[in-house]
Design a protein around this ligand. Structure first.
Ligand SMILES: Nc1ncnc2c1ncn2[C@@H]1O[C@H](COP(=O)(O)OP(=O)(O)OP(=O)(O)O)[C@@H](O)[C@H]1O
Ligand SMILES: [Mg+2]
Length: 279
């Protein structure tokens, strides 16, 4: 295989995904390069999870092309999956297994070097505070603890590409901080790449070098935070938060103002005083 240092880790061109009459993706194109931490931001239903599943070979695009580390995920599923660590939106764990059994199972499927993998798993599990749950059935674990199991499984084979679909879901402040550091380390060390979706603007603002805003199945704006500010600007002060830029680019600013106005009117009408009660 060729040297990937200058080749995209992900190259998607004109990806369309239809579910019946629903256009989940309507011509999405993006590139993720080695060393990128690419944040995918978009409103609910914008197509983030659908796109991440297509990259991982779990869903076939209706139209368009996808290249992941030089492979087509539909034609080369094993090559692609073995090079990806995936945290899905809904944890896909074997609930009757313990984390220990689950990690062993995943390692055996991936045919990783057992010594190295065990060492990485032990470090990751300890960093995320999983040790005390190591032998409990996954079904008995809390939401955030299950998420930590998914995260360890995604990072354990040190894959060149991490696909993280809302990875901070359910995590407490300490674990979120550790995960953010793990994501940064992943790209600093070995030119690994990360594509992740989040609704937490502050996270995207702090750790991504590139942000893609996805709206109705397409990337409507892409770049660093400063580049996005510029794109959203008329009269930008250069100080806008990512949330402000995001709402502007997805045309949700006016919708929110209108919704709040309507709610206020309805709720104020509901609680109108009916006058003092007579004894
Ligand atoms: N298996 C499916 N069958 C039918 N429609 C689907 C399916 N999966 C996704 N969709 C539709 O595709 C669109 C995009 O969904 P997707 O889950 O990708 O959004 P998302 O950006 O991840 O949203 P969220 O922020 O809520 O996670 C939505 O309209 C959704 O209802
Ligand atoms: Mg989603």
């Amino acid at each position: 295989m060729s040297d990937f240092s200058s080749s995209p880790v992900i190259e998607a061109t004109g990806v369309v995904k239809q579910f019946g009459t629903v256009n989940a993706l309507s011509g999405l194109s993006l590139k993720v390069m080695p060393g990128d931490i690419y944040g995918l931001l978009g409103p609910n239903g914008a197509g983030k999870s659908t796109f991440i599943k297509i990259i991982n070979g779990l869903s076939e695009p209706t139209l368009g092309t996808v290249n992941v580390l030089g492979y087509n995920p539909m034609l080369n599923p094993i090559e692609v999956k073995s090079r990806i660590g995936y945290v899905s939106e809904n944890s896909m764990l074997y609930e009757s297994l313990s984390p220990r059994d689950f990690f062993e199972f995943v390692a055996s499927i991936r045919k990783t070097d057992p010594v190295r993998t065990n060492e990485r798993v032990a470090r990751l599990a300890s960093a995320l505070g999983l040790n005390e749950f190591y032998d409990s059935p996954i079904s008995t674990l809390s939401l955030g603890t299950k998420q930590k199991v998914s995260i360890v499984a995604a990072f354990m084979h040190d894959p060149p590409l991490l696909l993280l679909d809302e990875p901070l879901n359910g995590l407490d402040a300490k674990s979120s901080r550790i995960l953010k550091d793990l994501i940064s380390l992943h790209t600093e060390n070995n030119g690994g790449a990360v594509l992740f979706s989040t609704h937490i603007m502050e996270v995207a603002e702090n750790i991504c070098n590139r942000i893609g805003i996805i709206y109705q199945g397409k990337i409507v704006a892409e770049g660093s935070l400063d580049e996005l500010r510029h794109l959203a600007s008329t009269g930008s002060t250069g100080q806008e938060t990512l949330e402000e830029v995001f709402l502007k680019l997805t045309h949700e600013e006016e919708e929110i103002a209108e919704t709040v106005r309507t709610l206020r009117e309805a709720f104020v009408a509901d609680v109108k005083p009916s006058g003092p009660a007579l004894a």
